[in-house]
Design a protein around this ligand. Sequence first.
Ligand code: B12
Length: 312
Amino acid sequence: MGEPTAREAGLGVGAVARRLGVAASTLRTWDRRYGIGPSGRSPGGHRRYTPADLARLEVMRRLILAGAPPGEAARTALGVPPGEPAPPRAHGAGGHRLPLTGTGAPAERDGERTARVRGLARAVMAMDEGAMSAAVRSALRRDGVVRAWDGLLVPVLVGIGRKHAATGGCVEMEHLLSEVVLRCLAEVPARRPPDGRAALLACAPDEQHSLPVHALAAALAEAGAPAVALGARVPAGALYAAIDRVGPHAVFVWSQTGATGDPAWLADLPRTRPPLRALAGGPGWARPRLPRTVGFVTTLAEAVAELTATSH
Ligand code: B12
């Protein structure tokens, strides 16, 4: 095999960045910190990425999207055995100026959880729909809906919300992540065919943030409790009509933002026999003004517990 020829050793950092969907500055950092960079030279003596360099970087990118810390991903991509540092760069510029990450890690389970959150966050930033779906699906299968929601999805959603608040950007990522999460939640299998009276789940009028409602529907399906989810922006009159039609044992309404959190209309929920259990959840509600007949739940697990307790 030997050294690559000048013709093979063709790609500059910009071209590699475009191919991999990773910023050129990140590629330079990986090279400097982890020793994973270009090994070829152009005829003019400029450093160039060879096909083998590109393949190693592709492995590194995949591992990072799957949740590996960059230092560990680089060592794996370079074929360095665990515990050994990456080899120093042959060329002059760079070398290991910064220590490798991944030392002094917290307890393994916390470390794994953090790595998964980071992996999904990176996939979101790269808008890599395949990696996002794989991460969300495997968390739902491995941990069940409640743990996957609290341990992975909420931290990533809150993180991206913070980034949006700080920069005004990332809205496209919020949309893509929401689509992926909705799709994956819809795939969660019901433990048994719906039996008995359902819970009715809805967002408050004009409330577009429907993910928690769908997470609750999936968690109830997993718990074997029937539910009918109406999703985003349900007008008060439509919810009243749905209560009449479905005859649910309970109704749950989500408000994410203050703009949708005026609870006055909840006082007019239809009276049913036996009486309906009404629950509200979400940070949007003006809680002191919730009618006394409406309970409040603060977590997904609590909502599941309340709605499964009254379903039979
Ligand atoms: C995904 C998302 C969207 C998606 C929604 C898609 C969908 N189908 O749901 C899209 C892109 C459509 C969207 C649109 C908008 N969004 Co938005 N969005 C978010 C994001 C990133 C996640 C929302 C979410 O699911 N939160 C639910 C959980 C993950 O978060 P939480 O409320 O902190 O949860 C706490 C508790 O409520 C509880 N909990 C969690 N889950 C559950 C489940 C149950 C059942 C229970 C009972 C409790 C519970 O535990 C948590 C910790 O205590 C948030 C960021 C954030 N921090 O939430 C912004 C955020 C809510 N959006 C925001 C805004 C401003 C908007 C827009 C108005 C404009 C914009 N800039 O995008 C529009 C329009 C919305 C409208 N008209 O209603 C702001 C709201 C600010 C505010 N307080 O009013 C936020 C906070 C982002 C930000 N920091 O600026 N958004």
